[in-house]
Write a protein that binds this ligand. Structure first.
Ligand code: 6YU
Length: 496
């Protein structure tokens, strides 16, 4: 590492870490330490069938000028012509996927599109009404789930079609669990729910942005397979060979390597922090921050990719939804994970175009059921998915998928789940607390020792790639004035 200017270490090479490194570029002693053997974090591309699939982030949510991921991907030329179309940038989808192309019922019949649309319209009207409680001192219930259930009980008419409506609404709730990355909407706080901002634009497939950001960094900046075990701050650390310089932070890696730094930008996921923050930081984090880590939510959404010899769906179909017709949001969910985990699956997105992917479906599942799925073998998952599809299509001899690939975000030791949400008992304020640099006292002579980025630190865009990227840029910009003051020559070069 070069001496002279301030030393910066970034921990984690997801979009937050890569974004921070991008904005700090040109600072002579920048290191980005990544635990995994690859950069990208929850942006993770794998080969499957005849193409590539995204195990984590799937879409650019709200691809429009206000979305930095969209802007950067456009600038790098990573988006197809369809994604970049002006009309697509103006679509107001409210953060939700389009109407399913087909909704299968568990009786083996395709459900009436009219009935499905009515139930969905009701659900989204109720969901939109949750925004009215933003800032309210006395919301009617603590959670989004409880509110929706009460409204559903009040509004769904007592008529013949009631059970079908309730069953479709149950799938809507499961989809909402996938979107919020939670086991149940009963865990998601009602009052701050409306703080999350949905950007306009018709969601498009996630581009190869992480690779591009990585390739722009000077060689040697990113160290892979470099898991950090402990970050010691508020210390006085010296290199063996240089007694003159004293660093406030010492980053210790699992392999024994040590990095001394003036500033460390921590971008590890909230799931990792929940599990490790007590021993990860020495001294431990102030109680306010530890409390925010404990109270904010971090759940699991997983994907199950299935490859078929031949499609059983029509070429124009994009989303195949599944509805268990005996279910209701007003009833108790099944506690028997082993027997019923697959009923939490919301359905499948068809990967397009088939010339690029083969005949591939991507199923989505959230919560404890998604975590249970991670404990099963490929053969067990494939068999359960075959059962779901045969039940839904009413075709007991529907050919089984040829192969399966699924994500396991809960078991991933450096992630421990999929993304954050504002849980009952927490608030948007906790996100801001998580984002605050340390030491807390702005007059501390050694400021900005620890800075915090990552999707869970961005109050209006938590859980997204654009939130992650913006958080990395935010922390780099917080640091840049200090770095420029101490290392003007390189900083001027970086600005060119
Ligand atoms: C989006 C989408 N999307 C699906 C699924 C997942 C996520 N997201 P990272 O984890 O990337 O990086 C941290 C690094 O730190 C990592 O590499 C670690 O290995 C490393 N690390 C950890 N410990 C370390 C240690 N000790 N030492 C060194 N390194 C260490 N986002 O925009 N579009 O379609 C989806 C989806 C299955 C799992 C997603 C999506 C979320 C993003 O992937 C995620 O936020 C960012 O990539 C995180 O980047 P990062 O840098 O912060 O962490 C009202 C309300 C609703 C709120 N929700 C709205 C919905 C939004 C979410 N949408 C999700 C949908 C899908 C399908």
């Amino acid at each position: 590492m070069e001496g002279g200017g301030r030393r910066v270490v970034v921990v984690g090479a997801g979009l937050a870490g890569l974004g921070a490194a991008q904005r700090l570029r040109g600072h002579g002693s920048l290191r980005l330490l990544e635990a995994a053997a690859r950069a990208g974090g929850r942006v993770c591309t794998r080969s499957f069938a005849s193409g590539l699939v995204e195990m984590g982030a799937h879409w650019i949510h709200g691809p429009s000028p206000g979305n930095p991921v969209f802007c950067l991907a456009s600038r790098y030329g990573l988006l197809g012509p369809e994604a970049a179309r002006e009309e697509n940038q103006q679509v107001e989808a409210g953060g939700h996927p389009p109407m399913p192309s087909i909704t299968y019922g568990s009786s083996g019949k395709v459900l009436s599109p009219k009935a499905v649309r009515e139930a969905r319209d009701l659900f989204y009207a109720l969901l939109a009404s949750t925004r009215t409680f933003q800032g309210s001192k006395k919301p009617p219930c603590p959670s989004v789930g409880q509110y929706l259930q009460a409204e559903i009980a009040r509004t769904v008419p007592q008529e013949d079609a009631r059970q079908l409506q309730l069953a479709v609404l149950t799938t809507c709730l499961k989809l909402e669990c996938c979107i919020s990355g939670t086991h149940s909407m009963d865990l998601v706080a009602l009052e701050p729910f409306g703080e999350y901002v949905s950007l306009p634009g018709l969601d498009c497939t996630f581009p190869r942005l992480a690779e591009r950001l990585l390739s722009d960094l000077p060689e040697g900046t990113v160290l892979l397979n470099k898991a950090v075990r402990t970050i010691r701050w508020q210390g006085s650390f010296r290199e063996e060979w240089d007694d003159a310089r004293v660093f406030p932070v010492r980053v210790e890696c699992e392999d024994g390597d040590v990095f001394l730094a003036d500033h460390v930008i921590v971008t590890v996921p909230l799931g990792f922090l929940k599990e490790h923050h007590q021993e990860f930081f020495q001294p431990p984090l102030p109680e306010r921050k530890a409390r925010a880590i404990r109270h904010l939510g971090f759940g699991t959404t997983n994907k199950i990719f299935l490859e078929f010899e031949q499609p059983f769906w029509e070429p124009q179909q994009q989303l195949l939804e599944v509805v268990w017709e005996d279910e209701s949001p007003l009833g108790e969910p099944s506690a028997d994970l082993e027997a019923n985990w697959f009923k939490k699956l919301i359905g499948f997105v068809v990967l397009q175009p088939p010339e690029q992917h083969g005949h591939v479906l991507c199923g989505f599942i959230a919560g404890k059921e998604a975590e249970h799925m991670e404990t099963l073998s490929d053969a067990e998952v494939l068999s359960a998915m075959t059962h779901v599809l045969r039940t839904m299509t009413g075709n007991p001899s529907l050919p089984a998928p040829r192969s399966v690939l699924r994500s396991r975000w809960h078991s991933a030791p450096y992630t421990r789940g999929s993304y954050s949400y504002v849980a009952v008992g927490s608030s948007g304020e906790d996100i801001d607390v998580l984002a605050q640099p340390l030491p807390e006292d702005p007059r501390d002579p050694r400021p900005l020792q620890l800075l915090f980025a990552g999707e869970a630190t961005y109050r209006v865009f938590y859980s997204t790639t654009h939130g992650a990227l913006l958080s990395g840029w935010r922390e780099a910009e917080r640091l840049n004035p200090l770095l420029q003051a101490s290392f003007p020559r390189l900083s001027r070069e970086a600005a060119k």
